[in-house]
Each structure stands twice: as C-alpha cells, then as structure tokens.
Write a protein that binds this ligand. Structure first.
Ligand code: SAM
Length: 330
C-alpha cells in the first residue's frame, strides 16, 4: 500500500466520478471562455447549479480547479488538462469515456471468471460494441490513430526493406500505420485487415496520405484465414487485447499466411523483461481479457503458433519490436 494512504482513500470513487462529470459537461472549456460564476456554468452546461457547485468544490479540495471567490471557479494547471473535447475523449461519460468508466463495474465478475465481462455491462463484447456504435468507434479511432505511437517504418524490420514488397497490417485499425509505411516506401503495397466498420473508415486515411492506389482492404476477422503471400505481417497493439488462446490463434493465422518466407512483426503487448511480472494493465483485462506479455511468454506462444522469434529490440522511442519468422522457413 502506498505509504500513508488509508483504505478509505484508496477506495474513494467520488473524485474520479467528479472528474468525469465535469469533463463530460465541458466545464473547463466554459471557464476558459470566461464563464466562471456557478449559475452561468450550470446554465451553459445544462446542469443544476447547487449540485455542480458541490462537485466542483470537491474537486477544488483535491487540487483540480480553483475557487478564487465564493461560487466563482477558475482553471489551474490540473484543470487545463480537461480543456478541449479531444483531450476529454477518455472522460466523456456520454461517449467513449463512459464505456471506459462503467466497464469497471464488471471487475468483480472478471476476477471471478477470469474472462472479460464487458458484455455483462454493455450486452455485447467490446469489439462488437464498437462495430455497432460508430461514434464510440470514432472516439476509439481518435485515441488509437495518428500520434498514438505510430513508429518510424524504418525500424520495423531488422533486415531492411529491400525484400519487402507487400505489408499486411492485421487489426490495423483505420490504417494510420500502413499509410505511414506506404508513404515512406513508394515501392511497397499494403493490405489492411480489420473488422468491416473499421475498414470502412480507413478510406479517407489512405486518400489523405496519397497511397490509396497501393492499398487493398480485407474487411474480415483476423480469426479467419488472412490474405496469404505477404512479406510482412504487422500486429500493432493487437495481441495485448486478447487472452492467450485467442492471441495464439491470431499469431497462427499470421504464420499460416506468411509461410514460407514472410515475417510477422509485433509492436506493443510484449515487454522486454524476460523475468518480470506481467503488466497489471487491468483495463485491458476487464475490457477485452487482454494483457501484456514478457518476451519469454511471447516466445512460447509464438512457438505454439508456428513462429520463431528472430529479433527483439527496443527502439529509441522505448517501443519494443519483436520480429518472427515461420518455423518452417528457417
Ligand atoms: C487496439 S486496436 C489497434 C489498431 C491499430 N493496429 C493501431 O495500433 O492503431 C485493435 C484493432 O483490432 C481490431 N479487431 C478487433 N477484433 C478483430 C477481429 N476479430 N478481426 C479483425 N480485427 C479486429 C479492432 O477493430 C481494432 O482496430
């Protein structure tokens, strides 16, 4: 236990909910726009003035927002972190942030069953929920899209790009990584594999990058056979979303499609520490049953899927890249 923290402090749900509520109501933006009196903030945010004031005063007591005069609120450094809708996606209870917040209600069930229990709260598993709700999915895209750790394509393959003509990005989202690769490597063609609604949102990404003529898309599940014959199969931020059985199945699909001479490169979800404990990543656990894996655990999983780890290296950005070859290609 962190020193000095009582069990009551550790179990406080009040503060996180207050943060989510003021974020959802856009209070920081209203204050920045000069609306600072509680009655005006309540009117702007269509909320009840007394209730909003009680919430804001709780947050002021926790160091978020200032109250320079009674019933008048001001931004401080912490509150500036809630400015602008883009920064609040993860807190917005009416949208994606609500999914992230309410899913914690399934933690007990997840611990009891060892399986993700997202559907006990939302009726369907996480990925089906995104497929069915374009606005929620768009918020997820915004969190995952450009800027979310898109690596320099040059670092993806140890042997260089000379032998790579085709790249298949498996679970590639709306295509930002594939677009970056194709922009950097004009001789390379790419295939984006993802669920139908996600693939449908990729067209504008490829158009904007000027690479649409070198891309094909495969709107399908990565649990089904993948487009074969690619030189490089990428899995970025995919394996960490799945329990071992499913992660192995995805790797096996990649190995089958890559055989005999293609490679499989995994980014995110594997940590360099051979001996350390698996990362807690509890949100991944409740959301999708996922987890990060140590390189040692990943090696075993890859082997079971018909892959050998050829190289594993940390890049300058701290990103850990694992490159695999099919076991029969050695
Ligand atoms: C965490 S996102 C990573 C997206 C992208 N690789 C990136 O790093 O930005 C995981 C992706 O897996 C896709 N996905 C989930 N289930 C899938 C399935 N059964 N078949 C194909 N793609 C799936 C999701 O739609 C999502 O785009």
């Amino acid at each position: 236990m962190a020193s000095g923290a009582s069990v009551w402090e550790l179990s406080d749900l009040c503060t996180p909910w207050c943060v989510h509520v003021v974020a959802t109501l856009g209070i920081a933006d209203h204050v920045e726009a000069g609306v600072t009196r509680i009655e005006d903030l309540a009117a702007r945010s269509k909320s009840d003035a007394e209730s909003l004031q009680r919430v804001l005063r709780h947050l002021v007591g926790r160091g978020l927002f200032d109250e320079p005069a009674a019933g008048v609120f001001a931004l401080n450094d912490a509150a500036r972190g809630l400015l602008h809708a883009g920064a609040r996606i993860g807190f917005d209870l009416d949208g994606f942030g609500g999914r992230m917040a309410y899913v914690w209600g399934s933690l007990l069930a997840a611990v009891r069953t060892g399986a993700p229990e997202y559907q006990t709260v939302f009726g369907v598993p996480f990925w089906e929920d995104l497929e069915a709700h374009p606005q929620i999915a768009a918020a997820f895209d915004a969190l995952m899209g450009p800027g979310h750790g898109t690596p320099d394509p040059e670092v993806l393959v140890t042997g260089g790009w000379d032998s790579v003509r085709t790249v298949v990005d498996v679970g590639g989202g709306t295509g930002s990584l594939l677009a970056a690769i194709l922009r950097a490597r004009p001789g390379v063609r790419g295939t984006l594999v993802d669920l139908p609604a996600t693939v449908a949102r990729s067209a504008e990404v490829f158009q904007a990058a000027g690479v649409a003529d070198r891309v094909t898309t495969a709107a399908q599940s990565f649990f089904d056979p993948l487009p074969p014959g690619g030189d490089l199969y990428l899995l970025k931020s995919v394996l960490g979303d799945w329990p071992d059985r499913e992660a192995t199945a995805i790797l096996r699909r990649c190995a089958d499609a890559a055989r005999p001479s293609g490679r499989v490169v995994v980014l995110s979800g594997v940590s360099p520490d051979e001996s350390g404990p698996a990362s807690p990543a509890l949100l991944m656990m409740v959301l999708v049953g996922g987890k990060d894996r140590t390189l040692a655990a990943f090696r075993e999983m890859a082997r079971a899927a018909g892959l050998d780890v050829l190289a594993a290296q940390s890049q300058g950005t701290g990103r850990f890249v694992v490159e695999c070859v099919t076991t029969t290609s050695r």
